[in-house]
Write a new protein. Structure first.
Length: 350
């Protein structure tokens, strides 16, 4: 069944799509590491004692308890990855990539045709691993005939398995590539700013859900998307916020068109998050720091929303129920805005 996972992984990104086809897509990775013996035996600890305590001013402190994507996936029986998508070459989207590939051996690797280089040993690597960067570069230097198969795709590209079936008909895994364009990649390489050469992907389910993965896309990307793909992104159900929801000195007017019913924010200090862009538009959002990992049952429409932090779930509704399939607590559904007042609140209380 179509299930989307937005993981609580430090100040980085990692999303998983379990497609109805049985194929699995992973978009970016952070905090991945080889499984410890305890993780192999006991699985993932979903709640720490601190997380079980009542949150203060809406802060459930989940950033302190990030999950290891490898352990998270293994615990849920996700043992194979069909495609891994690196939205762009920032280390908070590549952290632990070598361990992840060793664990899951993805068949396909989507990459941008970037020329990014990084200096190590200068104290500015943010604690990330040079070995992960070097491993990524070996993938980036790969060819379509290699294992994994490396693909550099652009807005509007079509192909088997991601949006075409074996007969060439639209559908397959329901992924539409909205960005980057060749021009955005070229410009990013020229100015060494790779955010606007990031992948932006629209995932559509047969049940009618539309989930928009925005990578670290910035203003030039959104100018392209609104000019060429406005109907694709208008009034989406769920937005994975660009750049984790950070302010990023950017224009947020694209939200007037995208108008998401619900947005997922990654981890960042609250002073850096663009709360006001959502609050001023009456848009709902959930933070990893509150909810832990967030799961969507996208087989039904509106999609059902689950979170791994029990305390946060029960702070929203006394009807929060544990779903064994997702190993998380159901807090409601992604409701149309007209129904928000009557719906179980799935938006931030901040």
């Amino acid at each position: 069944m179509p299930i989307v996972h937005f993981l609580n992984v430090n100040s980085g990104d990692c999303s998983i799509i379990q497609h109805g086809s049985g194929r699995n897509t992973v978009i970016d990775v952070c905090n991945a590491k080889p499984l410890t013996s305890l993780e192999q035996f006991y699985g993932v600890m979903q709640n720490s004692q601190a997380a079980l305590e009542k949150g203060v001013n809406g802060n459930f402190n989940q950033k302190k308890y990030p999950v290891n994507p490898i352990a998270y996936m293994k615990e849920r029986g996700i043992n194979k990855v069909w495609r891994f998508i690196a939205t762009h070459p920032d280390m908070d989207h590549l952290d632990g990539i070598e361990a992840f590939f060793n664990a899951f051996a993805p068949d396909n690797f989507w990459d941008t045709d970037n020329n990014c280089e990084k200096e190590w040993g200068n104290g500015n690597n943010g604690g990330y691993s040079e070995a992960d960067w070097n491993f990524y570069k070996t993938l980036r230097d790969g060819k379509p005939t290699d294992n994994p198969k490396r693909l550099t795709l652009y807005a509007g590209n079509n192909g088997p398995f991601w949006n075409r079936d074996e007969n060439g008909n639209a559908g397959a895994d329901g992924i539409t590539i909205l960005a980057p364009t060749r021009e955005l990649v070229t410009n990013g390489n020229a100015c060494e700013d790779y955010n606007d050469s990031s992948y932006v992907l629209l995932y559509q389910t047969q049940s009618g859900n539309r989930i928009l993965f925005a990578g670290d896309s910035h203003d030039a990307t959104w100018e392209h998307i609104l000019k060429n793909h406005e109907s694709d992104v208008k009034d989406v159900d769920v937005l994975i916020a660009p750049h984790h929801g950070r302010k990023s000195d950017r224009n947020w007017e694209f939200l007037d068109v995208v108008n998401p019913r619900l947005t997922f924010f990654g981890n960042a200090s609250s002073e850096y998050l663009a709360y006001s862009a959502w609050k001023n538009r009456g848009l709902g959002y959930i933070l990893n720091n509150q909810a832990g990992s967030i799961i969507l049952n996208a087989e039904v429409c509106p999609a059902e929303v689950y979170v791994t932090c029990e305390a946060y779930a029960k702070s929203l509704t006394t009807q929060a129920t544990f779903g064994a399939t997702y190993k998380a607590y159901k807090i409601g559904t992604v409701k149309p805005k007209a129904m928000k007042a009557a719906a179980v609140p799935v938006y931030s209380k901040l």
